[in-house]
Design a protein around this ligand. Structure first.
Ligand code: SAM
Length: 221
């Protein structure tokens, strides 16, 4: 193994130790963060700091989420929905989708920005990841592939998109941040029949979910 790769492995182990200090205890999730090379989802100088607990720009005003944020959401999903088909809204760099793939889910991911979608799709194919991507407005879901056991929205939503609730399987759950432009409360919604039970967690700060059932494009820019 090259020296630079050994260094990234060491940094990745340190990142996982940091996640543990922050309270992430789920072994499956920690193992996924140990295995997925976050630096490959970043470009240029950001690669050098890929294992810091920070969100970094990925172009087009978007970011790769902080490792702690991604781990927090992943634990919420894994503990309520251990396997099956998962839809991610907001492919971005592709890192979160790769974590879900490593955990053994069948992963579908939607991105609204063409350049990010293309970059992630190419990267998944270079890394040999079996992740299905689509370009479009993720607030409308992916009807032909529904129902989903899990749905994860990795952008800040004003409210839960009804179309996505309709695409949840029985006992399926959705993990998403809900709030305003500055901060959002991490939320889990679980389907039981036609009822949806909500749990709320701590505040985070995400770029906005833009779409028919998200924020209006004109409001955001
Ligand atoms: N999960 C990503 C990762 O691992 O890098 C980080 C997601 S980034 C915080 C939010 C992403 O959601 C951006 O790439 C943004 O373009 C995308 N997005 C926002 N609204 C969307 C929508 N309606 N449909 C699909 N993607 C959307």
């Amino acid at each position: 193994m090259k020296k630079s790769e050994q260094l990234q492995d060491l940094r990745r182990r340190e990142m996982v130790e940091m996640l543990q200090r922050y309270g992430v205890a789920n072994r499956r999730v920690l193992d996924a963060f140990l295995e997925v090379p976050r630096h490959l989802f970043l470009d240029g100088e950001a690669r050098e700091v890929a294992y810091h607990d920070a969100a970094y720009p990925i172009g087009f005003g978007q970011t790769i989420s902080q490792p702690y944020t991604a781990a927090f959401m992943t634990v919420l999903l894994v503990e309520r929905c251990a396997s099956g088909k998962v839809l991610e809204i907001g492919t971005g760099s592709g890192y979160q989708a790769a974590i879900l793939d490593y955990l053994g889910y069948s992963v579908f991911t939607v991105e609204r920005i063409a350049e990010l979608y293309e970059r992630a799709e190419n990267l998944f194919s270079r890394l040999g990841l079996d992740i299905t991507c689509c370009l479009g407005d993720g607030t409308l879901g992916w009807k032909s592939e529904s129902p989903f056991d899990g749905i994860m929205i990795t952008a800040g939503a004003p409210r839960e998109p009804q179309t996505l609730l309709d695409q949840l399987a029985q006992n399926g759950c959705m993990v998403l941040p809900i709030g305003d432009f500055c901060s959002q409360q991490m939320t889990v919604i679980r389907r039981s029949g036609d009822e949806f039970k909500k749990e709320v967690f701590q505040q985070f700060s995400f770029v906005p979910l833009v779409g028919k059932e998200g924020w209006n494009d004109d409001t955001v820019y």
